[in-house]
Ligand binder design. Structure first.
Ligand code: ADP
Ligand code: MG
Length: 387
């Protein structure tokens, strides 16, 4: 396709001599509406980076120009720099037709792709990721910046699967007590108060709490693989968001403990004033179950021994409840109820259709989890047989 080839072409060499003198561009890592992100190698050191190349050729004098928007993004990136969970901007080159932003490279790519590869995350992994996301967002807010586009596509993972929050393209610095009204972000992650601004003239506006809401949507999605408010019809999805209508009723939730559900309930509160604060979210019991890493206590071995004994006793007591042999009949008639089979079924679906999961609203991802029609079909089939 000619258009595709044209898009893949590297920017004019003359336009950014400085960038090309210093870096060797390699393969494409990701794309945005008017940007392409490529891996690149710093010639002097051989170190790899990620260059976001922003095409300014579509600037037509209408609205805010890509150049101005990128300058604001750079100012915000510099303002929030210096935190372990925020992407680091290394270099900026500006030419009349392109702007090059050179970032530290996140070898493990987007949290979105990681989630697609593993389908769902365990509570432990979700705790690990969400703690870092919330700490990163707390830092951003402490610098008076609201991100406004938090989603798994904009959360990158470094070599050690540590979080790096990126894409400050919609981020905005807020004055003390300032409320804003613009509708920006990604539909599935929009907070109710943001939607209200686009519906009612007299809506009060929104603030930092929209990022907390997005964290709730992300956390829900990590645990069960599909987003909370999804509906095939976008209008209904938006209504679900406005009403805070979601549920923990899909079979995946049956195996998930109460603590993460409780935290999600507090994050996805429609009234931003009643929504949990980031600091309280980080103090929530879900994050208090971290493993003890420090081994300074002299009594450590004694303690470990006590735990082993207690655990053994509990296991012995539970013995009569735990063995739950997989009945062939359950596996045949309702395989989705069995966690292991469900994982295999979802894993296979993602292996076959994973490429089809589009970024943005998580809509196709949710469709992959839609198993209700199948259940209905099976039901009809069974009734017909019994006739
Ligand atoms: P946009 O504003 O166009 O969405 P992003 O900054 O989100 O641009 O980058 C687009 C995509 O490029 C990301 O979702 C990711 O896949 C990839 N990407 C961006 N920065 C990096 C990086 N530092 N390391 C690895 N991949 C990156
Ligand atoms: Mg992005």
């Amino acid at each position: 396709m000619a258009k595709e080839e044209e898009d893949d072409k590297l920017p004019d060499q003359d336009a950014a001599k400085e960038f090309y003198a210093k870096y060797e561009p390699k393969e494409i890592l990701g794309r945005g509406i008017s940007s392409t992100v490529r891996r690149c190698i710093e010639k002097e050191t051989g170190k790899a980076f990620a260059a976001k190349i922003i095409d300014l050729s579509n600037d037509n004098g209408e609205g805010i120009s890509a150049k101005e928007a990128t300058r604001q993004e750079v100012a915000i990136l510099r303002h929030v720099a210096g935190h372990a969970y925020i992407i680091e901007l290394q270099d900026v080159f500006e030419s009349p037709t392109f702007i090059f932003l050179v970032f530290e490279l996140c070898k493990n790519g987007e949290l979105f792709d990681y989630l697609t590869s593993v389908v769902t995350l365990s509570e432990k992994k979700t705790r690990y990721i969400m703690k870092q996301v919330l700490e990163g967002v707390a830092h951003i807010h402490a610098r008076n910046i609201v991100h406004r586009d938090l989603k798994p596509e904009n959360i990158l993972l470094d070599d050690n699967l540590n979080v790096k929050i990126t894409d400050f393209g919609f981020a905005k610095k807020l004055a003390e007590g300032e409320l804003v009204h613009e509708l920006c972000g990604t539909p599935g992650y929009l907070a109710p108060e943001t939607l209200k601004c686009s519906m009612f003239e007299d809506a009060p506006g929104y603030s930092y709490e929209v990022d907390v809401w997005a964290c709730g949507v992300i956390m829900y999605t990590l645990l069960v693989g599909c987003p909370p408010f999804w509906h095939r019809k976008q209008m209904i999805m938006l209504r679900n968001i406005m009403e805070g209508k979601y549920s923990f009723s899909s079979p995946e939730w049956a195996d998930i403990s109460e603590e993460p559900k409780d935290l999600i309930r507090r994050l996805l509160v429609v009234d931003p004033k009643q929504r949990i604060s980031i600091d309280d979210a980080l103090r929530h019991p879900f994050f208090q179950t971290m493993k003890l890493h420090h081994r300074q206590f002299q009594a450590r071995q004694k303690f470990q021994w006590a735990i082993l004994v207690v655990r053994a006793v509990i296991r012995l007591q539970r013995l009569k409840f735990t063995p739950e042999p997989l009945s062939l009949n359950t596996a045949r008639t309702d395989p989705y109820r069995v966690k292991l089979l469900r994982k295999i079924v979802d894993g296979c679906a993602f292996r076959v259709y994973g490429h089809w999961v589009k970024k943005g609203e998580g809509q196709n991802r949710a469709a992959l989890f839609e198993n209700i029609p199948k259940t209905e079909l099976k039901h009809i089939y069974v009734t017909n047989l019994s006739r």
